[in-house]
Design a protein around this ligand. Structure first.
Ligand SMILES: Nc1ncnc2c1ncn2[C@@H]1O[C@H](COP(=O)(O)OP(=O)(O)OP(=O)(O)O)[C@@H](O)[C@H]1O
Length: 276
């Protein structure tokens, strides 16, 4: 590639990023004084945060500080853990997701999740993506093919699987499986995608593809990602939330501020590797 071509690409990327960074913040998710307990143990303490729409928000912090618990609180995956209790408020477009009239299944359609280990169903590639749409019952058979294709394209997987949609999702590589899970998550047209360490089980090339994909997904969705990889948070996120032991949200700011000029000494110590 010539230097001219390279600088053109750099300029395009910078323009895209500038546009994203300049977009005004619209809060899509908000936690207010959120406490989460497992039995007697408190996993999150008084967490308040406003997560902006169409941005990537990263959650970082040492092991056991409550990042996954926070993620699972957003779409009520914690409901499935008997010992788990939530106090305080967590709202999605201003509506507390813990109100009695909120259907957690419908909520999870709007707030999808991708896990650390790719977990496709033991079904064909097509059925993995079509499943949620069939359950939802909103797409007829004619449109289903189109919806599956759109979701696979959205997850940057279509070109690799176009001729083998009937093959098992489990026969794909780890990185492809993770993109299949992303396709499955976006098929039901969510607004938010929660990602819990989505690249930690992948090799660097596959991980880098997912990072590129996140950069595209955020044009249409809001992405909240838990990551242990601080370089990854610095590379891909617009905002970073730092949790520390005890489940306290210590600092939440623009990613550049967190990594270049954190306000809290404990955050500085954490990101410079003094503990972790
Ligand atoms: N299902 C559970 N039952 C009981 N305690 C739990 C459960 N899940 C998490 N915990 C506890 O809650 C605290 C927070 O855990 P969580 O998994 O949210 O932290 P994390 O920051 O995501 O950790 P890691 O980075 O290691 O994945 C920990 O003390 C953990 O032991």
């Amino acid at each position: 590639m010539s230097t001219e071509e390279q600088s053109l690409i750099t300029t395009e990327v910078q323009t895209e990023n500038t546009t994203r960074a300049d977009r005004p913040d619209e809060t899509v998710l908000e936690a207010r004084s959120l406490d989460v307990y497992y039995g007697q143990d408190q996993a999150l303490t008084d967490v308040s945060i406003e997560i902006p729409e169409h941005k990537v928000t990263a959650m970082i912090g040492p092991s056991g500080c409550g990042k996954s618990t926070f993620l699972r609180s957003i779409n009520r995956m914690n409901d499935q853990i008997d010992a788990c209790r939530v106090d305080g408020e967590l709202s999605f477009h201003g509506k507390n997701v813990y109100d009695e009239d909120v259907d957690p299944v419908a909520l999870r359609r709007k707030i999808g999740q991708v896990f650390q280990k790719p977990n496709p169903f033991p079904k064909s590639i097509y059925e993995n993506v079509a499943y949620g749409l069939r359950v939802q019952g909103t797409v007829d058979d004619v449109d289903l093919d189109d919806a599956v294709e759109q979701a696979l394209r959205g997850a940057a997987l279509w070109d690799e699987v176009e001729g083998k949609l009937d093959s098992s999702g489990l026969d794909l590589s780890g990185g492809q499986q993770q993109r299949l899970c992303i396709a499955r998550a976006i098929a039901t047209d969510p607004e938010v995608i929660l990602m819990d360490e989505p690249t930690s089980a992948l090799d660097p090339v596959a991980a880098s593809k997912i990072e590129d994909l996140i950069d595209e997904l955020v044009e249409e969705y809001t992405v909240v990602i838990v990551t242990h990889n601080m370089q990854q948070a610095a590379r891909i996120s617009d905002r970073t939330a730092v949790f520390l032991t005890g489940g306290e949200l210590v600092e939440f700011d623009d990613t550049a501020s967190i990594f270049e000029d954190p306000a809290d000494d404990r955050v500085e110590d954490y990101i410079t590797g003094k503990f972790g």
